[in-house]
Design a protein around this ligand. Structure first.
Ligand SMILES: N[C@@H](CCC(=O)N[C@@H](CS)C(=O)NCC(=O)O)C(=O)O
Length: 234
C-alpha cells in the first residue's frame, strides 16, 4: 500500500528476499492491526538497517509503529506489548485485543518468551542465519554466538533437548485450547496472537520442524485445529 494512503507505518524485519515477514515480535503487531482492521504500510528493514534506521532515542529493535491519524500529535511506539496497549486504547470501537482482561494477555506475553523463545531459537538459529543478507549474517552470527556462548552449528547436538522443552510448554497450551476455541476463550485475543506469532516464525524458518515439533507436540489435532482457526488473521 502506498505510504500516502495510510496513516500507520510499521517497521518490520526482513531477510535476503526483503519481502517475507517472519519476526515473531512484529507478527504480534501485524495480527493486532489485522484484528482491528487498520490499514498500514510496512517499512522492511534488515537486521543491520534496524540499527541504522531506528532512531537512537529508541532501542534498535522492531516492531516500531508510527500512527499519524492525529497529524498534530503523531504517535511513535516501540515494543509489541506497548503497541498492543496503544492500539486497544486508541481504537476501542474496533474488535478487542484484551476483552477487558489485560493481565491475562500480559501473562502470556511473558510466558511464551520465557518457555518457548530460547528453545525455539536453538531449533531455528541456523535457518534464520541462512535467510539473511550477507551483512546481517555477520551481525546475527556474532551477536547470537556471543549471547549463547557457542557456535550456531553446535546447537544441532542440543536439538532433542530443545524439542522436549517446546513440547512440554505446548502441552499446557494444548490443555487451554482443548477446552475453548481460543486461548482467550470464545473470541480470539492478544494471547492467541502471541502464540501464533511464534508459530509463524518457526513455520517460515523450518516448515518440517514446525510440523513435527509444534503442530504435532501433542498426540491429537487440537493444536492444528487452533492453528487453522488463526489463519484468518494473517
Ligand atoms: N520486547 C520487544 C523485543 C523486540 C525484538 O527483540 N525484536 C527483534 C526482532 S523479533 C529485533 O528487532 N532484533 C534486533 C536485533 O537483534 O538486533 C518487543 O516485544 O517488541
Amino acid at each position: 500500500m502506498p505510504a500516502e494512503t495510510s496513516n500507520i507505518t510499521l517497521y518490520d524485519l526482513v531477510g535476503r528476499d526483503r519481502e517475507t515477514f517472519w519476526s515473531s515480535n512484529v507478527w504480534k503487531t501485524r495480527f493486532a492491526l489485522h484484528l482491528k482492521d487498520l490499514e498500514f504500510e510496512t517499512v522492511p528493514l534488515s537486521f543491520c538497517e534496524i540499527h541504522k534506521e531506528i532512531p537512537l532515542v529508541m532501542r534498535p529493535t522492531v516492531p516500531v509503529l508510527v500512527d499519524r491519524t492525529n497529524p498534530e500529535k503523531p504517535a511513535r511506539i516501540q515494543d509489541s506489548w506497548n503497541i498492543a496497549e496503544y492500539l486497544e486504547k486508541t481504537y476501542p470501537d474496533r474488535p478487542s485485543l484484551f476483552h477487558k482482561n489485560e493481565t491475562f494477555h500480559q501473562f502470556w506475553d511473558t510466558w511464551v518468551p520465557e518457555k518457548l523463545n530460547g528453545a525455539t531459537l536453538h531449533l531455528i538459529a541456523l535457518d534464520i542465519w541462512k535467510k539473511l543478507d550477507p551483512e546481517s549474517q555477520v551481525y546475527f552470527r556474532k551477536s547470537r554466538e556471543e549471547r549463547l556462548g557457542r557456535t550456531l552449528e553446535s546447537l544441532e547436538e542440543d536439538k532433542p533437548r530443545a524439542r522436549a522443552k517446546v513440547k512440554e510448554a505446548l502441552t499446557l497450551f494444548h490443555q487451554m485450547i482443548s477446552e475453548e476455541n481460543y486461548l482467550s476463550g470464545d473470541y480470539v485475543g492478544y494471547s492467541d496472537f502471541i502464540m501464533a506469532a511464534l508459530f509463524i516464525w518457526v513455520e517460515h524458518m523450518n516448515p518440517q520442524e514446525f510440523e513435527e515439533t509444534y503442530l504435532k507436540a501433542v498426540d491429537d489435532d487440537k493444536i492444528r485445529q487452533w492453528w487453522e482457526r488463526m489463519q484468518r488473521w494473517k
